[in-house]
Design a protein around this ligand. Structure first.
Ligand code: NAD
Length: 490
């Protein structure tokens, strides 16, 4: 594994993708301070990047504000053309972008390629949706008047993005903001700046004007403080932990920004005994192990009805035992390293806690000895609600299975968590599926499917999983404000 990412990066056709400069006001800034990027599989340093200061952020805010009027006043169809050429450049450079993602984030290359296509899809989708910000005409409650609701861009937006989807979490926010007519400043996660900076290069080449999209890498608090304090930032979109989401919500209160938060999840994955076991195992594998488990949609509590519990655990353990752990740039790899050591350690402490409290462990120990960021794919069965794994988001390849008896019981247990992002139900009964679709407390529910995201759907959570929606027409509205206009005396 050693040197693998470095060799791939040295052979990139676009060497400028690893230059590590930040984009401020149309200029590439090397930064007075430098940060480093490491390959999470080996811990090797793979690049240096600018580490921007609060003063740099203030320059970026001013540049964004200056660019607002001309971007806002472009016809939506013209903004759409720019977004489409950005998407098309992403697809032209798909392989290089995927190598960047895998090198700094760790996910298997096939998943990284998928992320590039998924990420470009948001730009294409919002390019068209920007033309459909129709507003409303309301049947009047007053004679001789005409009532309109106009949708107008909110102003300069800021995005603070995570390391688990370093490309798609940027395009999902920037695509919507730019389509709405808003400039956006992106602060990517310090672990995965290269993908963000490469996206910024392609955006500039696609014709995104100076100041309309800027990317600044650096220390999170130093860069987020000016964003929070400045009244010119009208909208803030964040994806990451609930803990940081709370801080940002509080920090945005003084200037009353429009805040959208996509925070953690703790998805229940409920399997009733009327389903085809093979399909349920396949679904649980996809919902648990995609992105090596570092996905806010990941199945965190897999509830299995008692009569098929033993058979499910056996088949699930068999499938988990087949997963190949390794460097994401090796073609056979299914599970890569955790991007952050803290995430790997959290997984191990959840396993430890569960075992102490009576859970059974199945693991073929794949990846043991590869390095501190690797976590062997692990099945914990007979999990109970008092275990950490059943309460806190795992964010890694550890699957917790819990038995249940009745529908009523499992609904109560599934909802007994403050997270409410995604949920999954596997059943052959349409009536039951309808009942659960009504009662499970989450923003997104898959019935007999583990895969349901994409640009047209409103992505977001209930309870402490967040505020607002991304993707879909609702995602566009996060960057717009309504203006009610009454034409009287007609
Ligand atoms: P995090 O919330 O700390 O990081 C996400 C983003 O927030 C990064 O850009 C980071 O630089 C920034 N950030 C961190 N602290 C900040 C602060 N005080 N002010 C402003 N910005 C700040 O997430 P993490 O610690 O890297 O991961 C911890 C856990 O968060 C994970 O184990 C997982 O449970 C959850 N998480 C969820 C998602 C998701 O997709 N919803 C993504 C990443 C992490």
């Amino acid at each position: 594994m050693s040197g693998l990412a470095i060799r791939h990066l040295e052979n990139l056709r676009r060497r400028d993708f690893v230059a590590g400069s930040a984009l401020i006001d149309g200029r590439w800034i090397a930064g007075e301070q430098r940060g480093i990027v490491v390959d999470p599989a080996t811990g090797e340093e793979i690049a240096e990047v600018a580490s921007c200061s609060a003063a740099d952020m203030n320059l970026a805010i001013a540049a964004a504000e200056r660019s607002f009027a001309s971007w806002r006043d472009l016809l939506p169809v013209r903004r759409g053309e720019v977004l489409r050429s950005w998407a098309s450049l992403m697809l032209d450079h798909s392989e290089e972008l995927a190598i960047l993602v895998t090198s700094e984030q760790g996910k298997p290359l096939a998943e990284a390629r998928h992320e590039i296509a998924y990420g470009a899809g948001f730009l294409e989708w919002f390019a068209a949706e920007g033309e459909r910000a129709y507003g409303e005409t309301i049947p009047s409650h007053k004679l001789g008047s005409l009532l309109h609701v106009r949708m107008q861009p909110i102003g300069v937006a800021a995005a603070i993005t995570p390391w688990n989807f370093p490309v798609a979490m940027i395009t999902r926010k920037a695509g919507a903001a730019l389509a709405a007519g808003c400039p956006i400043i992106v602060k990517p996660a310090p672990e995965t700046p290269l993908s963000a900076l490469a996206l910024a290069r392609l955006a500039a080449e696609a014709g995104v004007p100076r100041g309309v999209l800027q990317v600044l890498v650096g220390k999170p608090v130093e860069l987020s403080t000016p964003l929070l304090r400045d009244v010119r930032i009208r909208a803030l979109s964040f994806t990451g932990s609930t803990e940081v989401g709370r801080l940002l919500l509080e920090g945005a209160a003084d200037t009353v920004k429009k805040v959208s938060l996509e925070l953690g999840g703790h998805a229940p994955f409920i399997i009733f005994d009327d389903v085809d076991l093979e399909k349920a195992v396949k679904g649980a594998m996809a919902a648990k192990f995609a992105t090596s488990g570092q996905d806010c949609l990941a199945a965190n509590r897999i509830y299995v009805q008692k009569s098929i519990y033993g058979a499910f655990v056996e088949a699930f353990a068999g499938a988990i035992g087949q997963l190949k752990v390794g460097h994401g740039l090796e073609s056979a790899t299914d599970i890569g390293p955790m991007t952050k050591l803290s995430v790997a350690n959290k997984c191990l402490s959840q396993i430890d806690d569960a075992v102490k409290k009576g859970a059974r462990v199945f693991s073929a120990n794949q990846g043991a000895g590869l390095g501190p960021n690797f976590v062997p794919p692990t099945l914990l069965s007979d999990v109970t609600e008092d275990m950490l794994v059943a309460q806190d988001e795992t964010f890694g390849p550890v699957a917790a299975v819990l038995p249940f008896e009745s529908e009523e019981e499992v609904i109560g247990r599934a909802n007994a968590n403050e997270m409410g992002l995604a949920g999954y139900v596997y059943t052959d009964s349409l009536r039951r599926a309808l009942r659960l679709s009504e009662r499970i407390e989450c923003g997104m529910l898959g019935i007999n499917t583990a895969s349901f995201t994409g640009p047209p759907i409103p992505f977001g959570g209930w309870k402490q999983s967040g505020l607002g929606r991304e993707g879909s027409r609702h995602g566009l509205a996060e960057y717009m404000q309504f203006k009610y206009v009454c034409f009287g005396d007609l």
